[in-house]
Design a protein around this ligand. Sequence first.
Ligand code: WTA
Length: 636
Amino acid sequence: MSQDDSIKVTSDGSEIYHPSDEVVSRATIKDYDSLYKRSIEDREGFWAEEAEKLSWYEKWDKVLDDSEKPFYKWFTGGKINIIQNAIDRHQDGAIADKTAIIWEGEPGDKRRFTYRQVNEEVSKFANILKDKGVKKGDIVTIYMPQVPELAFAMLACAKIGAAHSVVYGGFSAEALSQRINDAKCRVLITADGGWRRGKIIDLKAISNDAMSRSPSVEVCITIKRTEHEVSMQEGRDYWYHELHTEASAECETEVTDAEDMLFILYTSGTTGRPKALLHTHGGYSLYTSVTHKYVFDIKDNDIWWCAADPGWITGHSYIVYSPLINGTTVIMYEGAPNFPNPGRWWQMIAEYKVTILYTSPTAIRGLMRFGDKWPEKHDISSLRLLGSVGEPINPEAWKWYHRVIGNETCPIMDTWWQTETGGFMITPLPITPLKPGSATKPFFGIEIAVVDDNGNEVAVGEEGKLVLKAPWPGMARTIYGDDERFREVYWKDYEKQGWYKTGDSARIDSDGYVWIIGRIDDVIKVSGYRLGTAEIESALVSHDAVSEAAAIGLPHELKGNAIHTFVILREGLEGSDKLAEELGQHVRSEIGPIARPESIEFVDSLPKTRSGKIMRRVLKARALGEDEGDLSTLEE
Ligand code: WTA
């Protein structure tokens, strides 16, 4: 097929990009429809068959236990540790000497680790943790830059049956402390700093500040990265490199139950308090590795680059765990995509002959802004597949990514999923004809619907609420410490049907293609980062000058959405640019730079319902100059 034949326009005006013969002939899965049908008709059979390909200490008794809905359990009675699959089983044979991780620091320093070396590093780290009293079931907080030790720390926790709670390195001391306190962590792993746009982010200073508010921390292990002066507290703080020289490179992997906790990961929801989604060893190992293998058609010689941060679910699932389970070579990069120039990523792709790049629409739009000349300077023809995640990708960015980065030959896997789902839920396969902006169809074993408030499916092409109709192995098991909130947030709206509410709106077209529209709850996706309006509002209200605040997301060319806020000041105070600046700084220090509002507007009143709930929908309509809709409950 020539490239021109590969693009067709359908009757509804949308363009379809067909995969080339080469892509199709290489693909492991050549027939989506029949395998999908099979996976739905015999869901448990499908998952059991895939699970057989993993390594188990003891086989499960039951594939799915749904006796305590919505607290589903998978592979109960089975004994498995994700490390057995990601590292241990790769120690025999040729794969032991295959490169597992290629890492590049922002200043240009490089490190490589084979699967054997990863095993040694993780074993050492595991022994260090054990020596510091970490036991099975403990939760360890990790607050680090993107260095290999971040992955080793996560893997070491898993190896000894402890759980990790990775807090993204862009969060503030307050946000870090809140997360440490919620999980009552005894051990914190951090670094002296990390490089970002040529500057040091002083993670140790932030950690010290957080620990002053988190009395549960008894041990803080610090990795040396930037070599600048940091303050260490005797009896609590240890340098990793000092412990490392003493540690043994041999460590037995703990035999864990399929349903044992692997990690918790905080994400934003509809209240000011972040919630920790809990994932387990068995189902998560299976779901992430199967999605990675089939969606990106992983082969032995692939060089895989997921350019996310391990601090988010994308990094957990697709930088650290699934590629290692699948024995893939992974790229990790510490810094900014445009440092020292906007060619950095393309230069790295050329140098390492990366075959698959998986990133976010925000990153694509950001790099697109610098023009074609940067990618054109480098030979990026090693790429064969591209991916996108985190927010809807606008067709313009999709087409640029396809044309300039993918040379019109690389299909784009637009994967829709969530922290809660563990892995891809709606996604193309390499063989899927693509429509720019559509995540296409559900993955195997996944049943979806777009419905109204009563659970009736909306008509073809109409917008509604996206629900997931059946459980899957990668699903979060609960919100750590708050089963009730888990039930309330995700399962209560469609309790009768037993469906999971995603919080997204979507439409399904006449070809069965899913178009994700965006969040319909009080969550805003800014540059792919997930933030709660309530978190931003409570950060604003915690400032002495503020009496009330409202936050909304409005479309932004680069970031997808940007945060706009409306503030009522305390009696007698006047708004000014200076105060707006101070409030922006305040939000930054309460949550982190990603939460800093785009605009802060001082107002005298906010649209509210009679019961006092802020009507963000009205604020949004006003800002966009749209119809304000039903105002019968409005009492300003
Ligand atoms: C959004 C990120 C459109 C969506 C993995 C979802 C997307 C939220 C896509 C979860 C996509 C993710 N197209 N929207 N391909 N992928 N989203 O938990 O709103 O950080 O509910 O997980 O991101 O964000 P989270």
